[in-house]
Design a protein around this ligand. Sequence first.
Ligand SMILES: C[S@@+](CC[C@H](N)C(=O)[O-])C[C@H]1O[C@@H](n2cnc3c(N)ncnc32)[C@H](O)[C@@H]1O
Length: 160
Amino acid sequence: MKPAVYLGNLKNPSNRGTCIRTGESFGVNLIMTNDLITNYKYSQGTSNHVIFLQLKTEKEVIDYCKKNHHKIVCIENIPEAIDIKDVNYPANPLFITGNENFGVSKLFLDNARIIVKIPQADTYCRCLNTAVACSIVMQDWFQKNKKKQIQTKQIPKGKK
Ligand SMILES: C[S@@+](CC[C@H](N)C(=O)[O-])C[C@H]1O[C@@H](n2cnc3c(N)ncnc32)[C@H](O)[C@@H]1O
């Protein structure tokens, strides 16, 4: 099973599209959402190469994960989170990044297998854009797990 991303927290379509695009590039093939929108301009066509699953509430997401052996990986800059450099990702992660205004819900944080934080410099900007944070974590997952991944893409001969 491949990793998945939950988009239901994100209000901004460009953030959603960015998460799909980056996720697909690192092997994510399942996008859980709270609505029926599956076509995102900012995904640069990658939304045609992933599976969308509509789960209307956070509880439905948690129940789906329990039944289908996905482990919730929350991305949040809170003291109890683990520094990204020390994270060992569980099998079948579902990445959940926070709403642009409100962050990740307490319900998701309480049901997370792991909470990941990305250390930042002590400067003016205290919080990353949510799609950027999600992308950094997905790249870290890919980097640490790429040897375990099954190559599914067929690259046509002659193309690099
Ligand atoms: C703009 S922030 C939301 C901040 C919100 N106002 C709050 O206080 O919870 C959007 C999301 O990006 C993610 N994020 C931003 N910076 C992060 C960091 N340094 N480490 C982990 N996640 C981060 C978190 O998921 C966060 O909820």
